[in-house]
Design a protein around this ligand. Structure first.
Ligand code: ATP
Ligand code: ZN
Length: 302
């Protein structure tokens, strides 16, 4: 796959082509004001609104692309990034990547899972067993930490069925709801890593035009992530009931209180950190608030 030759003042961001992180990553970048023109093979998106291009790849390739300087940033699971960094370290290379933002979605754990009907007494129980995983380096370092010698069986996928196929005794796999494990009569017993989607960047920060563009994109991303949860709460209240109403306001910024021309009423506006529940609105109404309104926030520049 060879993206069109471009002057490298343009920033290049790698995201998953499909899979769990592809769509949310694209949505996040779109909420930062990016628009693209897709190449015919749909592997490369040329940024139209900003000099920021996208490379659509398998998630496993993202850390290497950044470490080699082919891409400048990437959206990837922490699990994939950590495995890559341990692999580099084992090969005697210095760090290639740095986690520059946590994104708060794509959450999962890398867990050891054993047969549902077995008891768990601790890591020493794994001594001499075969453990199937797609994360041999993370597992290897966890085993070393616990001074346990086991056989690591590296599989690129379908780890959870390895015990049933006789390939391993236990597994070390990604878990979110636990449904896949349960469907395979396995239960999680120990967590090696808490993961979520992150923005990865090179170990050494970028400089020049690409560095500036990366900073701009990350700033917009921070704003977009904050905005996603932010709501504007608006209400009106009689002056003599205001104190009571203010005690019922949800978490958020300091409210703005404005006089309503010609009325003995005030209008209250407030940015809230999260969605406002019906219960909260009912409590506010009981305290004297009227004309309650909750609005999503599309853009914000402090
Ligand atoms: P690709 O085709 O790009 O190699 P993949 O099959 O390796 O895709 P996905 O299954 O799409 O990857 O998972 C991508 C990332 O989503 C994982 O690396 C992990 O960080 C995150 N994730 C969140 N929940 C889960 C889960 N229950 N199972 C697997 N991954 C999860
Ligand atoms: Zn993958």
């Amino acid at each position: 796959m060879s993206p069109p030759a471009l002057p490298r003042e343009r920033l290049r961001v790698a995201i998953q082509k499909s899979g769990r992180l592809g769509t949310p990553a694209r949505d996040l970048l779109a909420s930062c004001g990016l628009t693209w023109r897709e190449s015919r093979d749909k592997l490369f998106c040329y940024g139209e609104s900003l000099p920021v291009d996208l490379l659509l790849v398998r998630d496993d390739d993202i850390p290497g692309l950044i470490a080699e300087g082919v891409c400048d940033l990437g959206v990837v699971g922490r699990n994939v990034m950590v495995e890559h960094e341990l692999e580099r370290a084992a090969a005697g290379h210095e760090a290639g990547l740095r986690e520059v933002r946590e994104l708060g979605w794509g959450s999962c754990r890398l867990d050891i899972a054993i047969a549902e009907d077995e008891e768990w007494h601790g890591p020493e129980q794994l001594a001499g067993l075969r453990i199937a995983t797609s994360y041999p380096r993370i597992l290897g370092s966890w085993l070393a930490e616990h001074d346990v010698e086991a056989r690591v069986v590296t599989l690129s996928g379908s780890v959870e069925i390895a015990p049933r196929l006789g390939q391993s005794d236990v597994v070390c796999d990604l878990v979110s709801s636990g449904g896949t494990l349960a469907a395979n009569q396995l239960k999680p017993v120990a967590t090696l890593l808490h993961s979520e989607a992150v923005v990865a960047g090179p170990a050494h920060p970028l400089d020049g035009a690409r560095g500036e563009m990366a900073e701009l994109l990350l700033r917009r991303m921070d704003g977009a992530l904050r905005l996603k949860e932010t709501r504007l709460l608006m209400l009106r209240a009689a002056r003599d009931e205001l104190t009571q109403v203010l005690t019922q306001l949800p978490d958020g910024h300091e409210p703005t209180i404005l006089a309503v021309d010609g009325h003995d009423e005030v209008s209250v506006q407030m940015l809230c950190h999260a969605a406002v529940s019906w219960k909260r609105l009912e409590d506010l109404k009981r305290a004297g608030a009227r004309h309650l309104m909750v609005l999503p926030v599309e853009g914000m520049l402090a």
